[in-house]
Design a protein around this ligand. Sequence first.
Ligand code: NAD
Length: 398
Amino acid sequence: MKALLLENIHPEARRLLEGAGLEVIEKRSALDERDLCAALPGVQILGLRSKTQLTAAALAAAPDLLAVGAFCIGTDQIDLAAANGVGIAVFNAPYSNTRSVVELALAEIIAMTRRLTEKDRGMHAGVWDKSARGAHEVRGRTLGIVGYGNIGAQLSVVAEALGLRVLFFDTADKLALGNARRCLSMDELLESSDIVSLHVDGRPSNSSLFGEKEFSRMRPGALFLNLCRGFVIDHEALRAHLLSGHLAGAAVDVFVDEPRSADEEFRSVLRGLPNVILTPHIGGSTEEAQADIGAFVGGKLADFVREGTTSLSVNLPHVALPPPAGTHRLAHLHHNVPGVLAEINSVLAEHQVNVEAQLLGTRGELGYALTDIGIDYADTVVARLREMAATVRLRVLS
Ligand SMILES: NC(=O)c1ccc[n+]([C@@H]2O[C@H](COP(=O)([O-])OP(=O)(O)OC[C@H]3O[C@@H](n4cnc5c(N)ncnc54)[C@H](O)[C@@H]3O)[C@@H](O)[C@H]2O)c1
């Protein structure tokens, strides 16, 4: 089997895939659709990051492809419906950079509370300003977290360790960690917080979640952070509240129109404002996160190749059996229609094949069954299972 890794993926992924017996070919850059279509025949495993677009056309040109590893958080660059149609497993790394985002948010909370960037800029300009005016400790201040998911919840825990009081608001039911207190509305959180940090996901309804009304509700002198998605906030409204002095500072890492490369100028109405920290979407960009992504996605792909395991796959049912011992494993991906498992088992029974272990999972339109059988069976067994009307893909693993 062959793996093609694009976009300079961390070396840990190569090590794991070679350990699973794959030949690994690496390319530092992304490929456009035409080059991808030319490169994919003969490739079973594809690794990419955010710049390679895996379109329906590219998937159609990949007859041997079994799985795709998105060595990043998002999977918007992959046509998941097309991948489902041909039964290609997709894996990503949803949690690998959680800690990195949390640490940047905390660094920015302290930096803004102490007005560090202003002092730093002054010193570089030769100004020795020792005044304590507007500089505070974070201890005892109230942090309001909007969106208490992976990042929000971890921020809550680490912020409490620094002596911050934590409030949160989430549209879903969430367990409050430590001494954090849940607010029943966003307004309650905004009116009670010295610092507001947004960590909601990118669902379309979160577009313009935070605008003039929400900024107005915040306490005078409060700080604001957005490290989640650019389209969630109204930057003009934030600028107005910073210029009026209603808000004492802001840290923003994500923007609607982000430059595609360092050659393009970064444009924003927030540029040049005092006590505003602007960062180029680097919340999750640390060497530790990259290494974790390489190990996490590389491990998922290796387990899929070796054992057919689909735990935490983005698109396939999640199925995992203990590694096969002295058996063959049939990995049968099929349309989720009634009677498929019975049909698989009747083919096996007809051919006197004993089932040692079996697990079925379904998800939306797909079903996935792992079946461990003895190593002696007629070739017609595999042919019969492939011919089933519901079969999308069948792999035999040893
Ligand atoms: N800056 C970066 O580099 C960077 C890195 C990683 C993740 N992110 C972004 O951070 C965000 C959070 O990531 P995560 O892994 O914690 O996601 P998550 O899905 O684990 O958590 C999101 C939480 O927000 C809640 N939520 C959604 N809409 C809400 C609303 N309108 N009001 C209140 N709560 C709401 C959800 O119920 C969920 O609990 C995502 O948007 C992600 O894209 C940014």
